[in-house]
Design a protein around this ligand. Structure first.
Ligand code: SF4
Length: 469
């Protein structure tokens, strides 16, 4: 038996922040409290703010605030949210500011009716649309791109489904919306399917979620994924499918598989853990490095490390341990706060890594500072060699679809080649997956890999002006 000695260091809690998590539930008793539990399963997608709106078929009440779910809601607060329909949101601010007006659900109360909106993703033509809407008299409450759909719906003619169709056809970029009126619920996915949205059955009702891991917590059964360019309408009669555009392709964000999603989620019906494990196997396929053990950086890299170990036949060990009870320090909303040291604790297990040649598997390298600290941590704990293996390609270009890598400055692989990066992080060797291997690893070609190959699936409008020519 090993006596576990460990060296600790502080590294940034998260390398990249995902944009948001959406959850909706329809025709289910205590809908708000079920939504609260559903959102708990999505809390990894956003920790800055959260909210729930519920409907009793005649009124919609919304409660939201900055903070984690456990900070914003308790039983007394949830009890105020009556009704059998509800939508909820957990938020990480990407492009728009972290102000209370931007916290979702966003409410629209108008003489034509009221509705609540939750959104995951980023609208790339938001500046153009907002300018046009403001020119035509719209007054925005927030700085969030998510509010644009409310104004577009208000301005469109016809029944609610026609208004949503018209609005969705004007939006470009990454979006998965859930819209709740007093008595209906709608799920909408962008025409490239960049962000996930799945529908499940729960008793006589339905639930809609950004990730399928939220089905388990409320005991719902997966029914289907909303397809790119599709609107689903949920009423007491069931689910209606409406294709708002046939100009579609399937470009799920590769980072959902690599890093964002929980391993127990199925994204477009591919299990995230299985995809990561397969990527780790491919990473090991032609690797001739001589090493004693394989370790993964907790948590998102553990599946890939397992796959690497299986293919390489090197033993998989627990060389790094994450402190799970970091509470509020888990919130890392701005680069300034990251630099100012709101950090989590990661420990290297000395008795496992000492005098060992280690393959350290990680999911990605963003700024490089986290990898550098972890390599140093392992060496301080006695590792004789640290060979870093990354289960994705170098991140060379910004994301405009709701992930907070919006400038080249944030991406070290945009400036350094692999050898220079290896030297920067202090590793003994460094290897990435090729882009083709990422498709193979994730069992699908239906991926956006724009931040790895600069091929963006949409026009970028004014956001694209920062791209290198
Ligand atoms: S650019 Fe990268 S992070 Fe953004 S949606 Fe595409 S794969 Fe995901």
């Amino acid at each position: 038996m090993h006596k576990l000695n460990s060296k600790s260091c502080y590294v940034n809690a998260k390398k990249i922040n995902e944009e948001c998590g959406c959850f909706g539930i329809y025709n289910v008793e205590n809908a708000a409290s079920m939504t609260y539990f559903g959102l708990h399963a999505l809390q990894h997608r956003g920790q800055q703010a959260c909210g729930i709106a519920s409907s009793d078929n005649s009124n919609i009440l919304c409660i939201k605030n900055q903070g984690l779910l456990t900070e914003v809601f308790n039983a007394t607060v949830i009890d105020k949210l009556i009704g059998s329909n509800a939508v909820g949101h957990v938020r990480y601010a990407t492009q728009s500011e972290n102000i209370i007006e931007n916290v979702q659900p966003l409410m629209c109360r108008a003489h034509q009716g009221e509705f609540a909106v939750v959104h995951n993703g980023q609208i790339v033509n938001s500046q153009e649309l907002r300018f046009e809407l403001e020119q035509n008299g719209s007054i925005f409450q927030s700085t969030s791109d998510s509010e644009i759909i409310s104004h577009l719906i208000q301005k469109a003619e016809g029944k609610m489904i026609d208004k949503i169709k018209a609005a969705a056809n004007m939006l470009q970029g990454a979006f998965a919306f859930i819209i709740m009126t007093k008595d209906c619920m709608y799920g909408i996915r962008d025409n490239n399917g960049l962000r996930p949205l799945s529908v499940g059955k729960i008793g006589e009702g339905y639930c809609v979620t950004s990730e399928t891991c939220a089905f388990d917590i409320v005991n719902a059964k997966f029914l289907f994924d909303v397809m790119p360019g599709e609107i689903i309408k949920i009423t007491p009669d069931g689910v209606e499918h409406v294709q708002y555009t046939t100009n579609t392709q399937h470009k799920m964000c590769a980072m959902e598989y690599i890093y964002f999603a929980r391993p127990d989620s199925d994204i477009d019906q591919i299990n995230v853990h299985t995809a990561r494990r397969n990527s780790g196997r491919i990473l090991a396929r032609n690797d001739e490095v001589v090493a004693d053990i394989v370790i993964g950086v907790p948590d998102s890299s553990l599946s890939a490390a397992q796959g690497y170990s299986e293919m390489s036949k090197l033993p998989y060990e627990l060389g790094l341990i994450k402190n799970r009870y970091v509470g509020r320090t888990f919130i890392q909303p701005t680069q300034k706060q990251r630099e100012n040291g709101v950090r989590m604790k990661l420990s290297a297990v000395s008795s496992i890594v000492k005098n060992k040649k280690i393959v350290m598997v990680d999911d990605s390298i963003v700024r490089g500072t986290t990898s550098k600290r972890i390599v140093q941590l392992l060496k301080d704990a006695g590792a004789s060699e640290v060979h870093v293996r990354i289960a994705s390609s170098p991140l060379i270009s910004p994301c405009f679809y709701g992930v907070d890598t919006s400038t080249y400055d944030e991406l070290i692989s945009a400036r350094l080649n692999v050898d220079e990066l290896c030297e920067f992080i202090g590793a003994d060797s460094l290897k990435f997956l090729e882009v083709d291997e990422m498709f193979e690893g994730n069992y699908t070609n239906n991926l956006c890999v724009a931040c790895f190959n600069e091929v963006y699936p949409t026009q970028l409008y004014s956001l694209g002006k920062i791209l290198k020519k």
